[in-house]
Design a protein around this ligand. Structure first.
Ligand code: DQA
Length: 147
């Protein structure tokens, strides 16, 4: 059984309440339930982790060596700032798919730069919570060598 690690960065625990115009009205619990359902369709084992702290995210990434075949990450604000998260992803050398609920390319200038995009298999953004399900499909096809 393949193993998937899904990481949600800072403030994503506030989904549902937080800027619904950008992030929709679904809360993280409900998004995580749909991630778990989608993973089940592909017979993936899924570990879902959220933290507001950069170091905790780095520790989680480091700890997934041997425990994850793919990482799906929405680094949230750390997307635009965190060399530490980028370096941790490079260190573990596990395929990464970057997800954003909003289309970061249509927003403020500072959101257009991702420190993860060029080390990811790909980036999915602008589709709201659907992006996580698309990422699981992409992960499955990528690992099967179909894309
Ligand atoms: C986000 C986009 C980021 O710019 C922002 O800081 C977030 C959420 C998204 O999912 O659209 O917290 O990653």
């Amino acid at each position: 059984m393949k193993k998937l690690l899904v990481i949600h960065g800072p403030n994503l625990n506030m989904l549902g309440l937080r800027e619904p115009g950008h992030y929709g009205s679904e809360n993280l619990e409900s998004i995580n339930a749909s991630i778990a359902d989608e993973a089940k369709k592909y017979a993936w084992k899924v570990d879902i982790f959220q933290s507001n702290t950069e170091g905790a995210i780095v520790d989680k990434i480091q700890g997934c060596i041997g425990n994850a075949d793919c990482i799906i990450i929405n680094p949230a604000a750390y997307t635009h700032t965190s060399v530490a998260i980028r370096d941790a992803l490079l260190a573990v050398a596990i395929p990464v798919i970057e997800v954003h609920l909003s289309n970061i390319h249509k927003r403020e200038e500072f959101r257009k730069k991702s420190l993860i995009a060029d080390i990811a298999v790909g980036q999915i953004c602008g589709f709201g919570a659907l992006g996580y399900r698309l990422a699981i499909q992409a992960a499955s096809e990528h690992l099967d060598g179909a894309s």
